[in-house]
Every structure is written in C-alpha cells, then in structure tokens.
Ligand binder design. Sequence first.
Ligand code: PGA
Length: 249
Amino acid sequence: MRKKIVAGNWKMHTLLKEGMELAEKVERFSKEKGDDVIVVIAPPFTHLSKIREVTDLVKLAAQNCSSEESGAYTGEVSPDMLLSAGAEYVILGHSERRAYYHEDNHLLNKKIRLALDKGLKPIYCCGEVLAEREAGKLFEVVKDQLTVGLQGLNTAQFSQVIIAYEPVWAIGTGITATPAQAQEMHAFIRNLIADMYDDRIAGETTILYGGSCKPSNARELFANPDVDGGLIGGASLKAEDFIQIVNAF
Ligand code: PGA
C-alpha cells in the first residue's frame, strides 16, 4: 500500500513564533488523529530546528536544498544541514524555484541525487504552465520534468521519492484542477513511472496534488484513485484549514 501524505508548504511565511504555534497545533491534531496519513510541514529554514523540538508525529521538510555537499557557496543550505536540523523531506523543483531562481531539470536532478545520497526524501514537483496546457503540451512538459529530473536513480533511490503534480496555473490562484484533470495527469505520471521502473514501483509511488487545494475541494481530489494526498500552500498556513484537508481522506 502506498503512503498517503499531506504536506504543508509554508513558503516565505511566518516568523518563528507564529510558525511554532502553527506547528504545535498541527502536532496536537496529528496525535489525536493517529498515523494513517503522514503529515509533513515545510517551514522556512530558520524555523526547522526549533519546530523539531515541538513535533514528533508531524514530519519536517525543507523547501529547497543545495546541489552541493559543502563548501564556499554563500547562502546555500546543504542536505546534511537540513538533516541535522530535523528535516526528513525536501521539496525540490517547486514551480516558484523553477520560475524565479531558474532551476532547471538538470540542476534538480543533481539536487535530488545529493538529497537521496544523504538520506533526505525529495518531494519532487512537476507541472505545466497555462500556455503549455492550452497548447496541448502538458504531458510532454511533465514527462520531461520527470525523466530528466529523476535520471539515473536506481529503484532503491526512487522508492524514497514523492512526486507532487502542481499545475502552475492552479498555484496560489484559487483555481483548482478539476478532479478529472488531476486524475488524468496522476495516471499519466504513474504510467510513466511504470515505464521508467516497473508496475510494482509505480503502484507504490505517492503522487500528491498541489494547486489551490483547500478544505472545500480536498475530499473530491483525494477520492481519485491516483491522488495520494496533497502539497498545500496557502491553506497550510491556517491550522484549522490544514487539519480539515488532512481529514479529507
Ligand atoms: P497553493 O500552493 O496551495 O497556495 O496553491 C501550492 C504550492 O505551491 O505548493
């Protein structure tokens, strides 16, 4: 059985105190709920080690990491540093990193390999922009992101990767992919993974949906056979909303 995951991507939001309060609320809820869904939060780097002190069931992700192991790379944060601060996961290839920081599939492949070598689980994001969808290129774009981004990973390495399909036109816009649009792409991704690896591996891969997922639509999105959870931006900043989304399974 593949794992269900709901991950909150806080982006560049919250100061430390607010972040701690938010994390504490999510942790309290997770304790009551039990562990059928893995709950992950991705606070800013600066909060990780403090939040680690107040979380146990809730797992921590970083929002990015360096492609280099260590050295003279001012401003970068290495996978080892993230692990030492309590992160287990790292979001890589988010569309905001691709668009604003020019991260391409080759760089992301390097980051994914290093993160895996060090023992972090990548949450690798893929997804098309609106013009690509309208031009009918959505599958081509996502295929490229996955085949190049995941190039060279053996089965054991790939088994640690979580995929997040995030149509860029749905991120932070309030427009959500319809359940049918999400299912169509998730099934495409699972088939692609079966081609890259095999059916068993594809069946075990967790594929999250992201892009304006909120309490009002999470249930119908998660009801799709190939949607195994969500990567939640805006709605993860309010504990009540995030909790409702986790409860949507
Ligand atoms: P959103 O963001 O839920 O605010 O659309 C999702 C994401 O960027 O991961």
